[in-house]
Ligand binder design. Structure first.
Ligand code: NAP
Ligand code: 8YV
Length: 313
């Protein structure tokens, strides 16, 4: 039986399937993972992981007979792809199957933060409505300007959702995407200044660290909203907190954070901020589809030498 090492936080239904088909060992159960790897690392030909935990160069190096990594998720910033490639290790991940749910969540955050639904729910539960108070007017979503930072698989899915709300869409990425009806904005500052809501869905990692900084937030301005469903690292979080506290932007909808699950304390007190616990892909259907792809990547690799969805440096 093929020996797999698990370094991810995986749902029980995926753990059950992996355990049924492979000899699976959970690295996170080890009290001294380094000592375990030194003694047993050579035994594993496969590694399963999840996007937030990934596989760094030290882990890959500690598995000298590793042939394949199969990751539960689409984000790759925590997997050292160069280290994997240099050791001849194939990397599989789960693109596309989560586009719909992440786009739905992004749109849920746009609607929630601009219309104030979560805050209005708190208002009703607090008894303020029953006591005769009026909830303040919110901002219209339909017909407004949506600026997308990142225009890959998920960004383009969000743009299609926005068409149903008659929103004008422009996007920023390093290269324009051919054959799409939306305008590419080479300047992130110009995009922020143009839009009513700036929605971040770029890849994480060093290349996008703090892409959304104080100047971008100031370009977005006091009537602009920010939504982030990509990675917390993409936003300079202290700068965002300052912009929100000082009302230099109108509000924010956030699924991801720089030091999650820690959320800046200042944000907890703000009614114009919607906070989610990294759940953009977290539906039964999508997580099952992601699990299916993790299994398919492994099965394909062990029968053909190629994963189904390959990630390359
Ligand atoms: P993708 O198809 O690879 O798209 C990534 C986009 O980011 C591309 O448009 C790329 O365009 C752009 N980009 C990369 N570096 C950039 C830079 N420095 N400046 C501007 N744009 C840049 O990925 P995807 O499948 O849409 O997923 C996007 C990300 O969403 C993932 O990497 C992951 O971090 C995040 N995600 C989060 C959740 C969640 O639960 N919250 C779930 C799934 C995914 P260029 O290369 O042309 O710049
Ligand atoms: C999940 C994600 O949180 O795919 C990603 O990159 O961030 C999310 O889908 C993650 O994969 C679950 O571990």
């Amino acid at each position: 039986m093929t020996q797999l090492l698990n370094n991810g936080r995986l749902p029980p239904f995926l753990m059950a399937r992996l355990t049924a088909e492979y000899r699976l060992h959970d690295l996170m159960q080890e009290t001294d993972p380094k000592a375990f790897l030194a003694a047993h690392g050579y035994e594993f030909t496969g590694l399963v992981t999840s996007a937030p935990r990934g596989a760094d160069a030290a882990l890959i190096k500690a598995l000298p007979n590793l042939q394949v990594i199969s990751s539960f998720g689409v984000g790759l910033e925590k997997i050292d792809l160069a280290a994997a490639a240099s050791q001849g290790v194939a990397v599989g991940y789960t693109p596309d199957v989560l586009n719909d749910c992440v786009a739905d969540t992004a749109f849920g955050l746009v609607l929630d933060v601009m219309r104030g639904f979560s805050a209005a729910d708190r208002f009703v539960r607090s008894g303020a409505w029953a006591a005769g108070q009026a909830y303040p007017l919110a901002r219209k979503v339909s017909g407004q300007r949506l600026g997308l930072v990142g225009f890959g698989r998920i960004g383009q899915t969000i743009a299609r959702r926005a068409a149903g709300f008659d929103m004008a869409v422009r996007y920023h990425s390093r290269r324009p995407v051919a054959g799409v009806p939306w305008l590419h904005e080479p300047s992130l500052l110009e995009l922020a200044a143009w839009c009513d809501c700036l929605l971040v869905i770029v890849a994480g990692g060093a290349g996008t660290r703090h892409l959304i900084n104080a100047p971008v937030l100031d370009a977005l301005g006091p009537r602009g909203f920010l939504v982030n469903v990509s990675r917390g690292s993409v936003i300079d979080e202290p700068a965002l907190v300052q912009a929100l506290v000082n009302k230099r932007i109108a509000g924010a909808g956030l699924d991801v954070f720089e030091n999650e699950p820690q959320v800046p304390a200042d944000l907890l007190a703000l009614d114009n901020v919607v906070l989610l616990p990294h759940i953009a892909s977290a539906t039964q259907e999508t997580r099952e589809a992601m699990a299916e792809r993790v299994m398919a990547n492994l099965a394909s690799f062990f029968s053909t030498g190629q994963v189904m969805s390959a990630a390359t440096p």
